[in-house]
Ligand binder design. Sequence first.
Ligand code: AHR
Length: 498
Amino acid sequence: MKNASLILDRDYAVSKVDKRVFGSFLEHLGRAVYTGIYEPGHPTADENGLRRDVIDLVRRLNVPIVRYPGGNFVSGFKWEDSVGPDRPKRLDLAWKTTEPNSFGLHEFVDWCKKAGAEPMYAINLGTRGPMEAKEVVEYSNHASGTFLSDLRVKNGAKDPFGIKLWCLGNEMDGPWQMGSKTAYEYGRVANEASKMMKWVDPSIETVACGSSGSGMPTFGEWEYRMLDECYDNVDYVSLHRYYGNPHNDTPDFLASTMDLSDFIKTVACICDSIKGKKHSKKQVNLSLDEWNVWYHSHSDDQTIYKNEPWGTALHLLEDVYNFEDALLVGLMLITILKNADRVKVACLAQLVNVIAPIMTRKGGGAWAQTTFYPLMQASTYGRGVSLQTIVQCEKSDTKHYTDVPAVDAAAVLGDDGSLTVFAVNRSLDEDTALSLDLRGFGEVKFTAHSVLTHSDMKAVNTESNPNEVIPGDVKPDLTEGKVLLPKASWNVLRFGKE
Ligand code: AHR
């Protein structure tokens, strides 16, 4: 048994948690849309072909915002193809597939309403420019009386969509991106696009593309140079980060959030250095709009491409997530909450079938992967004020990281006065007794303790066995002020008034 301690003070806040940090992402990629959220003729499909079984799961997941339509896809996308009665089929060069465009902007806004989420819409700044960006804002958000807004009305939407958050392209630093750019080129076009979009609708917010990952050779310099061009006209910088465990080194994999934490802090510093350089009063914050575990499907995807060139709704990026992946997702959520002062938007990439917490079978069922549960619980109990957590525990080294704490934790003081602690015990072989020092709370009652754990780190959920890895309630036990965190576990500790 290891020992650890957690100190919390009711008055030591990091920041109010922006609920949009529990967001997700749907791209026109693989089966995310077609046979994922949209499948006309499916036994649960509504009158518009939206799968109700999937909507039910998304509602359980409690996702407040969904980014769409890409991803890499967006850099070859014409938004006009996805509205109105005539929908051209196009080659999608990002994922080497054929896009039918039968699901588009109106269908997405309709789906968001039914799923209880706000849309976050990405424009194409790879192969298109500020004019098309301005036009899609006008089509979506302008009430009526212009060609584009009246076209929306004609296409069936009398009321404006009111889309508030817009991504200025996607991963524009990546050579794999259609129309990739240098930091200066991108910064200029992002500035002009954002300016024109906000002239159409001053209530919107925009996200400039940061590096597509902290491992990019231009990381840091990209953020600095492009922000130097567009700082005054954008609100957030994007961060994308995926981790994997291809060499089956679980301690090193579970330590990956050390890197995520550094990544977040570095980009925040770069934003602030531009703020200082410009003598600006405005603070640009962070949108971690792609984050997840992604590696299981890499080799299968190559076979699919070989066997089904230019297909539609291919089984691409269908990672089957295991128990250790759920632990890392929990650790990533803890890292996001601990950085709530700067991370205002975060999207688990993605939502359905494509590196997703929700899986479907064409014509068949829908089920929750292991990674579904930490996001569901964080989104349900993580709304309020993030508190500073001081954790004292054993630390160890892994292949890529030093001083990795055995326990990581975040705490949120809910609007109703309840307190929730999210904690992961990284140790694979020892339980931990976590002593709690809750300062300034008075008498509190330990009301619930939910644990996600499993004896097999590689255990998965499947359509026929969807409950292999699910959280379970244990008796809330605070004997001598200590809570037991089982080895390799994600814990949600809930406290209320006596
Ligand atoms: O989420 C899958 C892909 O990962 C996205 O299309 C892209 O933005 C990133 O590289």
